[in-house]
Design a binder for this molecule. Sequence first.
Ligand code: NAI
Ligand code: MG
Length: 480
Amino acid sequence: MTFLEYAPAPESRSVLHLRESYGLFIDGDFRAGSGDTFATISPADESHIATIASASEADVDTAVAAARRAYDKTWSRMSGRDRGKYLFRIARLVQERARELAVAESLDNGKPIKESRDVDVPLVAAWFFYYAGWADKLDHAGLGADPKSLGVAAQIIPWNFPLLMLAWKIAPALAAGNTVVIKPAETTPLSALIFAEILQQADLPPGVVNIVTGAGATGAALVRHPDVNKIAFTGSTGVGREIAKAVAGTDKKLTLELGGKAANIVFDDAPLDQAIEGIVNGIFFNQGHVCCAGSRLLVQESIHDDVVDRLKTRLSTLRLGDPLDKNTDIGAINSREQLDRIRELSAIGEAEGAERWSAPCVIPDNGFWFAPTIFTNVQASHRIARDEIFGPVLSVLTFRTPAEAIEKANNTPYGLSAGIWSDKGSRILAVADRLRAGVIWANTFNRFDPASPFGGYKESGYGREGGRHGLLAYLKGASA
Ligand code: NAI
Ligand code: MG
């Protein structure tokens, strides 16, 4: 296999105007926290980006108090039409500062610039535009007559899509008339802090959105705070469980968007060239740090060898390296901890008898990297077929009949997403009907749209984000 040589095509960092250190964004302004600070680094070379405040329990209390004041005095009294104007303004400012946001996201998170530029940031703008449109139409959303906001929403988000998850959380909350305290993940706070500047530019009333940076302890303080009315969490199933316990017996509303182990099912009549691209996009998009990733490939036995050969050929052409290079397909793993987890589960896969193949690519000296990897001869009982790896690792299993495909696909504690590849529309519908997954893609994968609800079954969590359904989580007495 020969490789095409590409000249470096790095995106310029000159659009970024970063501060050396960032405080907490509370009541419309940045202020020093009363807790420690920590560094955010680039996972591509471990270089220091900025110093970040770690919000203490007292800081969280200040932020919640600011959100409560803003709720009582301004936001809950404002007309939906006026709330919508702010959301439209935020959406337009995100578009204006799109390049800067994309560079910041790729720098802090490690994802390829072509993804942050073409997927993450455009979707962030789309989410704000979409929910801006709902702000003055809540009465007509079919969610009951005169639905009311809840109050202060506490939102905790992960590091895999830092700005997009922020948009998924903030846009519906504000459209429905709530105020927000949000906590970004500790490895990726940067884009949220630039977003805080956008809120200032948009002249959003102080306290309507507060951003408290920090790690798990900050998140836990936010969850426990007695003056919070609603908690929205995206992250690991373990932390989701802890949050559900902490909230039990209170009247806080809770939505959880947790992990997944999605089946991507390829039938022998599938358009194979498209399916190969879909499989690659399903598991290698964003280094596989995707809760709805198609991490279990279920391929019909008769085409198994052909599919695996084609996949290896395709993966050998992917370019791994500098996230800011426009030609990069596979960026850095977000953190050393995540890299350790991916390595550990992959080693278990080999020890359990699955066959490992990794794409031949040059791994940079610094930073956190993992070559795109495929496991074949995977049994349904293997850890790599059951646990969420959350990295660029695909487990390949086979099936003979549609019934067996459905049974294997559903044989998981999760139920977030699935994919079906087939030429037959009737088969796609019949199979989709029997899959226990919140989102099912047909002849495509990892497609997102603000109008489409997203969420899971079983250990993947509860509640829906996106679409009209996404408003439900932020309204009192509403039902779909
Ligand atoms: P995590 O669940 O620890 O982190 C997610 C967010 O929760 C972060 O903002 C974190 O600071 C916060 N957090 C941590 N402990 C908390 C607590 N006790 N109370 C409140 N907030 C808390 O996830 P982590 O450790 O970064 O990743 C572990 C695994 O979780 C990954 O390997 C992956 O399998 C899964 N994961 C799933 C995500 C999804 O999109 N569903 C996103 C991130 C991770
Ligand atoms: Mg970082």
